[in-house]
Unconditional design. Structure first.
Length: 135
């Protein structure tokens, strides 16, 4: 078993690609068409299992569980305990940290968007005050 400080380093580093993948699939333009198709399926399927399966591609929190499970499978990362308990703790810890990263990223994007809108409004106001544009 690796030292606790190394486990935490792995936790915070492995959560980065998990967050990146989960965010990209559930929010970015490159996956818009498949995501919209999955959203339609999740709303229109009559059976519970297909509805929930397709929903996971539209929710970053849900999808991050599957991405984290995949990363645990390929890295064999465990936390605190050896065996299934270590995998279970690592799985939920990775999901939690990845979702914190996604929350920070979402907040950053909102701040940037707000700043861009404020700049555009200010530019429009300044251009409206310009003597060149007045009749």
């Amino acid at each position: 078993m690796m030292p606790l400080s190394t486990q935490f380093a792995y936790l915070f580093l492995l959560a980065l690609p998990i967050a990146s993948i989960a965010w990209t699939v559930t929010h970015e333009e490159v996956f818009r068409e498949p995501r919209e198709w999955c959203k339609g399926k999740s709303q229109n399927c009559h059976s519970l299992v297909p509805r929930k399966f397709f929903y996971l591609f539209t929710c970053e929190y849900c999808f991050s569980h599957y991405v984290a499970a995949f990363f645990l499978l390929i890295t064999q990362f465990q936390m605190l305990y050896s065996g299934w308990r270590g995998y279970l703790i690592a799985w939920f810890a990775l999901v939690w940290v990845a979702n914190i990263y996604m929350s920070f990223f979402n907040r950053l994007r909102l701040d940037i968007k707000h700043e861009n809108v404020a700049i555009a409004v200010e530019q429009t106001r300044v251009e409206g005050d310009s003597p060149i544009h007045k009749p």
